[in-house]
Design a protein around this ligand. Sequence first.
Ligand code: ACO
Length: 364
Amino acid sequence: MKNKLVSSGLEDVVAAETILSDVDGIGGRLIIRGFPLDALAGRKRFEDVVHLLFDGFFEPLPEPARFAAMLGEARLEAYRIIAPFLDRLAERPVYDAMRIGVAYMPDGAGLADALRLIAAPAVLLPALIRRAAGLTPIAPAPLRGHAEDILRMLGRSKGAAALDAYLVTVCDHGLNASTFAARVVASTQAGLTSAVLAGLGALKGPLHGGAPGPVIEMLDAIAEAGPDADHARRWLTRAVADGQRLMGFGHRIYRTRDPRADALKAALRDLDRNAGRLIQAEAVERIALEVLRAHKPDRVLETNVEFYTALLLEAVGFPTDAFTGVFAMGRVAGWIAHAREQAMTGRLIRPQSRYIAPSGELAA
Ligand code: ACO
């Protein structure tokens, strides 16, 4: 192994071929199953995009209307599985509770398993949020649209179109850390629940799916510092000078604006054009980009998906600590499709490491 180079972040490594999505980091485009994101987000329901992702990975795949009805039934089934455990689960932080709840799903590889896994986060998160607030969980209504039913289970009646746009926007995104984790597990021929649990573990960290909560904290801290642009500039400049990362900015692949940020901004505008938070956030975004440009002139640090995710999820009624869980509700579709794609290659993912001998150890 001595002469092999180590690529610790694997950014130059192509580890899979996929028909699922393409992240064009230079052009700032995201393609999902041949469609640019803006042809899907805000135009198609989440269940129809899941159908698109699953095409070719489950045989036979029912037509979209039947598929959506089966997803509704799967929500009911997932709810029945987790209902007896909700009280115990609600003692844990919401994302961890959701992960434990998902682990109750059978670990198969068929379409029924896949639909149950799409359904599980969607029923768990609203139930856990309501339990934490001392409210009774609401059972799913299988005939409703997926996004509409999620909000209904949360006790909300508005925002389904915005949540649908969000779930579609985040449903797949190339070989990101959580999708790679899911593919590694699937390459061992373990079941879909195992692959999804790997994805859930990877998504939790703040460098991946854990950023939108901190975005809200950052916006609150800036608002507390003072009402005008000068206060925001001072706060952001100091944060960067102190070595902090501004949450919701920068991306490993995009060297231009993250197209998902625009899709979410559009959905948010449709939801509430005059929301004070949106107006504040747009001002903070503009100043943050100027501060980042001055701080790192040689590196493109643009707005990423998490910035407007935070605002959209807050506007439709999710508490901050549930944001990463809502991300998982959408991304679980991509994890499952990738897991199937990887398992169907039949190839185990098994890279190598280079042993660095402790000082004093004799070379062989
Ligand atoms: N704020 C301030 N500085 C930043 C930021 C930021 N948001 N992002 C990167 N930088 C700086 C780094 O400090 C680093 O500076 P250095 O060279 O002096 O050490 C330089 O830019 C390059 O950073 P890397 O960490 O090499 O860039 P990488 O491609 O690995 O990072 C990442 C991508 C992790 C998303 C990073 O931009 C970040 O931490 N952003 C904030 C957290 C965030 O928004 N996460 C959500 C990402 S989107 C998603 O995963 C769904």
